[in-house]
Design a protein. Structure first.
Length: 161
């Protein structure tokens, strides 16, 4: 009995940690772990950016495409302004076909353009939209839109003398 208990304990210790399901919280936690390792501040979820990411995902679902340019043309960040987030900088990451947050964020870290968005000290906020499958075809895994931004800071008006 003692041997069986030791064997079970050894198997538990040797087994890999359960991978994180793809959720907004797990994606942000993974990105913030990479940022922390480089001495960068964390990204915070902003509901206005979340609404913008959801609008981007809805546009892609409705139009059956998967790319950074909106179906009607123009900037993918116009939607950010429509949600009341005036930004000084913005970026977007897309991902599709992933099963765990760790692998999804690791893939962004291996892609120079995606890595820049995750690691930019200029970005302070993020919004994330997630769906099962793919917007334009049948596929396994999750698809993700992440919108990164830094809110524009306006100077205070000067006091009149």
């Amino acid at each position: 009995m003692k041997r069986l208990a030791l064997l079970l304990l050894a198997l538990l210790v040797a087994s890999p940690v359960v991978a994180a399901e793809i959720t907004v919280e797990s994606i942000v936690a993974e990105m913030n772990e990479y940022r922390r390792a480089e001495g960068l501040g964390p990204l915070f979820v902003d509901p206005r950016l979340t609404a913008a990411a959801e609008d981007r995902m809805d546009d892609m679902l409705d139009s059956g495409y998967w790319r950074h340019e909106p179906s009607g043309g123009g900037s993918p960040f116009a939607v950010v302004m429509r949600h009341g987030f005036e930004f000084s900088m913005a970026g977007e990451n897309l991902a599709t076909g992933f099963e765990t947050a760790e692998v999804l964020v690791e893939s962004w870290m291996l892609s120079p353009g995606h890595r820049v968005n995750v690691m930019s000290p200029n970005f302070t906020s993020v919004g994330i939209a997630i769906i099962d499958g793919h917007v334009a075809r049948r596929a396994e895994g999750k698809s993700v839109v992440a919108v990164f931004a830094r809110e524009m800071v306006r100077p205070l008006p000067k006091k009149k003398k």
